[in-house]
Design a protein around this ligand. Structure first.
Ligand code: PLP
Length: 959
């Protein structure tokens, strides 16, 4: 056999490297990309970049600084394993709101590791979101049952921010004029810190008061936050303090542990107006601090004040039971400058997991987990007492506070050496928290660490009473709904979860071309490490020596992101884009203050901005002034200059999105930034659209002082059906001292690093893509958006484009003229896409009556063409309505989506055929049939808002 000449075969090095990961991440195959570029009249991605990107913002050379050359999946996972191995997982008995828990394997595999759940988007299109809406309704029901308050939202970001949301809710909802908010001194310290951060800009006076004496401090207050149990473990009846507060015209929120509430009288029955807390210990891994779903529940009269999303019951066009997000039209979710909260992305996937945990265990299972937890604590305390250790509180649920004068460090160190992490409260006190995973063997280790000898656990158990006050024993029932009883065998649970996810359209079945949301591939390799115990079982307050690997990963990710954005430093603490915005604006405010310019409080925001921008500015204590946009959708420079002149020395910041929310690279962005800087203001660049910039331009280099990024958009953390998210804040050198939690500005999240549990995803993406891969992804995304715009422009006007006619990574299809002429609305188009099995683009943002399409780099050409064909087919149907062939109120668009049930009904009195309703483009029923049957028809949102039901209705309701 003669050897193949070297030039005819790959080198050994190339063969060893294999196919780059970027070839998997990027959807279009080379031939497909060539066809797309051809349609755009360019011959390469570089030529497209030259045409579409303004020279003024472009990096001449790719700049990625510290980002290393890419590696393949196997090498990436080996490196990540190396980092994981540098963490040490000790048994977490630190408490402080974070506890050991067992994620049932059935929930881990079927939800957390299942793309049908984790790749879904926020359920704004309820007809294809009934599965996650039902799971969220179970979450709301669980929270409301356990807290004894009838209305619970569908998750908040963490316990500390939930407390802050409760604080502002009480202020809005109450009648008191005082600005004082009293906080129980026995509140989780991280909650107090976040409350301080959130209270200051709003002029709320926070008073931390020792309430253990049973009375409130003198004077007026608008609200009170109590803890039940307290951070020290103490359990006290809060009803007396609640009554005192009500007498003084103040409202009360109670921070409560849901597991404890299976045994304790719930806050709602004790008179509380609101309850907050975290559902982490319901089967959600610690993850070194997050992500976890927090909760907030209130009485009926405050339902309309709830921040975040609320799932409600409504009905569809055929009168059938259907779910959707409630009260959405009222607030479009976030009410801009009238905003009361900036929550957008929440913690849906984690809320679903917690709800599944309650469904899997049922009320009796939860109660027995609570009993185990409590009995372990009671026996632990008895053993310590028997060994001569003084226990501070007699009444506790899971946390034992032990007095060991002068010995705390030694006790904590001895326990740590034996594999258990305890809480050092002070030099004289140690806290020990039990959980679902605590064993008698752990108790023995703890006794030994305290030098309390080796008592007989069984004897202690029989001789020790419960440590919960008898008068607080829970008597009311909870989780009585069949949902919490019918899926207790694993087979039943598995099938329930499958049935729910089959009701939803996630990325595992269709492209989700949601402009501004960047629904791109969440690769399996990126997801692997999320459930590795060395990452998932770390407590956020574990000793530094246990967390070296995670901290190194965080440090690397921060520096890669800083280099890719052109900023000096990044903080990964914010738990969503909205929180990054808030942190960034606080940095700007603190910077002005540090220069003696605290009168600078005006924040200029273009009319087209995302709702969170204005809401964050309000929360940061700024005054929002809206700047107009010109006919092309760009910031109106004349209006900007006029507003800058008008507010002169009071100008604090301009917040712009780049590329703009109109999907256009504004050529003049440097002038815009320059004008603001010349007037002494700072420039905030909303980085939600970074998918159009990574590897080609850096906001920190073209004029931004601060940006937030959305790792759940550009950097591949899956949307999870509406969270988790991570919203890093990136700042220029002069703002570094003002990053959250570094001294000058307080923390914005409960955990020091926010949600590290999902950071391996973005780390893995960057590690496998490298700078060239990222640049290729960005330009492919731009090519895809321009391709869609080109293919559809003769059917739908494309609203905005740059000077040369190009769009950035998304394009807006303008339906307003069509609607005016034919009565067919963006809703009709969005719902008709469901009949095609395709998820709708973003509806009516940033311009009402339009659709914003963002195909991303991950969709291949056949899928893009499937979308284009559906949109063209829909345009054909619109034309038939326009021609009078079908009435405006009875046509396939208005009737969409069509369920199998409505098509199978003997009665069909519509002027269009059933087959067209079901198979709009003809379809080819058979093995390749991609038909998706929606579970419900179009949902009547208004009906549900008028009759607000937001927990699982009793089965009789379906009779
Ligand atoms: C998504 C988005 C945000 C908010 O981010 P969340 O993570 O949902 O809080 C802000 N601005 C723009 C332009 C966005 O698209």
């Amino acid at each position: 056999m003669s050897p193949t000449p070297q030039q005819d075969r790959p080198t050994l090095a190339e063969l060893e490297r294999g196919l780059p990961f970027a070839d998997r991440h990027v959807g279009p195959r080379p031939g497909e990309l060539a066809r797309m570029l051809d349609a755009l009249g360019v011959d390469s991605l570089d030529a497209l970049a030259d045409r579409a990107l303004p020279g003024a913002i472009r990096d001449r050379e790719p700049v990625g600084g510290s980002l290393p050359a890419p590696v393949g999946e196997a090498e990436m996972l080996a490196e990540l394993q190396g980092l994981a191995d540098r963490n040490t997982v000790n048994v977490p008995m630190i408490g402080l709101g974070y506890h050991g828990t067992r994620t049932p394997s059935a929930i881990r595999r079927n939800v957390l590791e299942n793309p049908a759940w984790y790749t879904a988007y926020t359920p704004y299109q309820p007809e294809i979101s009934q599965g996650r809406l039902e799971a969220l309704l179970a979450f709301q029901t669980m929270v409301s049952d356990l807290t004894g308050l009838p209305v619970a939202g569908a998750s908040l970001l963490d316990e500390a921010t939930a407390a802050a949301e409760a604080m502002t809710l009480l202020r809005r909802a109450g009648r008191a004029t005082s600005a004082r908010f009293v906080v129980d001194a026995d509140t989780l310290p991280q909650t107090v810190e976040v409350l301080r951060t959130r209270a200051a800009p709003l002029g709320i006076e926070l008073e931390i008061a020792d309430l253990s004496g049973g009375s409130l401090p003198d004077g007026e207050m608008f609200g009170v936050l109590l803890s039940y149990p307290g951070a020290s473990g103490r359990v006290a009846d809060p009803s007396e303090l609640i009554a005192q507060a009500h007498e003084r015209g103040a409202l009360v929120a109670v921070a409560a542990d849901l597991l404890a509430l299976t045994l304790l009288t719930p806050p709602g029955e004790l008179g509380a107006d609101a309850a907050i807390g975290c559902t982490q210990r319901f089967g959600v891994p610690l993850g070194f601090g997050g992500p976890h779903a927090a909760y907030l529940s209130v009485g009926q009269r405050h339902a309309r004040q709830l921040p975040g999303r609320l799932v409600g019951v409504s009905r569809d066009a055929d009168g059938h039971y259907a779910l959707r997000l409630a009260l959405q039209t009222r607030e479009q979710h976030i009410r801009r400058e009238k905003a009361t909260s900036n929550i957008c992305t929440a913690q849906v996937l984690l809320a679903v997991m917690a709800a599944c945990y309650a469904v899997y265990h049922g009320p009796d299972g939860l109660r027995s987990i609570a009993q185990r937890t409590h009995r372990m604590a009671a026996v632990l305390a008895a053993g310590l007492r028997a060994g001569g250790v003084e226990i501070t509180h007699d009444a506790f649920f899971d946390t034992v506070l032990a007095r060991v004068p002068g010995r705390a460090d030694a006790v904590v160190a001895a326990a740590h050496a034996a594999g258990i992490a305890l809480r050092r409260v002070s030099g004289d006190e140690v806290g020990v928290s039990t959980s679902e995973i605590t064993t008698v063997a752990h108790l023995r280790t703890v006794w030994e660490a305290f030098g309390a000898g080796a008592p007989d656990a069984a004897a202690l158990d029989s001789g020790t009473a419960d440590a919960l006050p008898a008068e607080l024993a829970r008597t009311s029932e909870y989780l009585t709904h069949p949902t919490f009883h019918e899926h207790r065998s694993e087979t039943a649970l598995m099938r329930w979860l499958r049935r729910l996810s089959d009701a939803d359209l996630a990325l595992d079945r269709t492209m989700i071309p949601l402009g501004s949301c960047t629904m791109k591939l969440n690769a399996a390799a990126e997801m692997e490490a999320v459930t590795w115990p060395q990452f998932s079982d770390l407590h956020p307050f574990a000793p530094e020596s246990d967390t070296a690997g995670s901290r190194e990963l965080i440090g690397q990710l921060e520096s890669w992101l800083a280099d890719l954005t052109g900023y000096a430093a990044v903080s990964l603490q914010p738990n969503a884009g909205s929180q990054g915005e808030f942190a960034g604006l606080l940095a700007i405010a603190a910077y002005h203050r540090s220069r003696g310019e605290s009168e600078r409080n005006v924040c200029l925001i273009p009319a087209s901005a995302h709702g969170t921008n204005a809401a964050s500015a309000i929360m940061a204590g700024m005054r929002v002034v809206v700047v107009g946009t010109d006919a092309r959708g760009n910031v109106d420079l004349d209006d900007l200059r006029a507003k800058i002149d008008e507010h002169g020395p009071r100008l604090s910041a301009l917040m712009i999105t780049y590329p703009s929310t109109h999907g256009v690279y504004e050529a003049q962005v440097r002038d815009v930034c320059g004008a603001v800087h010349d007037a002494g203001g700072q420039v905030y660049v909303d980085g939600a659209n970074l998918n159009a910039l990574v590897g080609v331009a850096r906001p920190g280099a073209f004029g931004g002082d601060v940006s937030h990024l959305n790792l759940h958009k550009t950097f591949c953390i899956p949307h999870g059906g509406g969270g988790p998210g991570v919203g890093p804040v990136a700042v220029a050198e002069h703002l570094v001292p003002f990053l959250p939690g570094r001294g000058e500005v307080g923390p914005v999240s409960a955990a020091p690093y926010g949600s590290p549990g999902v950071l391996p995803i973005s780390w893995a993406y960057l590690r496998m893509m490298g700078l060239d891969g990222l640049r290729r992804a960005t330009l492919t995304a731009v090519a895809a958006a321009n391709y869609v715009a080109t293919r559809l422009q003769e059917h739908y006007p494309v609203l905005y484009s740059g000077i040369d006619g190009s769009v950035a990574h998304e394009c807006i299809l303008d339906l307003r003229a069509i609607t005016k002429e034919t009565g067919v609305t963006v809703d009709d188009v969005a719902k008709r896409l469901i009949d095609h099995g395709i998820h709708a683009p973003t509806m009516s943002f940033p311009v009402a009556g339009t659709l914003m399409v963002e195909p991303t780099e991950s969709e291949d050409l056949p899928e893009i063409e499937r979308f284009v064909a559906a949109m063209i087919s829909i345009r054909g149907e619109i034309d038939r309505v326009a021609a009078g062939e079908w009435p405006a109120d009875d046509n396939p668009l208005r009737g969409a989506p069509h369920t199998a049930a409505c098509l199978a009904d003997d009665k069909w009195d519509h002027p269009y055929p059933r087959e067209l309703a079901a198979y709009p483009t003809g379809g080819t029923p058979g093995v390749h049939d991609r038909k998706v049957w929606p579970p419900v028809r179009r949902i009547d949102g208004a009906h549900g808002d008028r009759n607000l039901v937001c927990s699982c209705p009793p089965p009789e309701a379906f009779a």
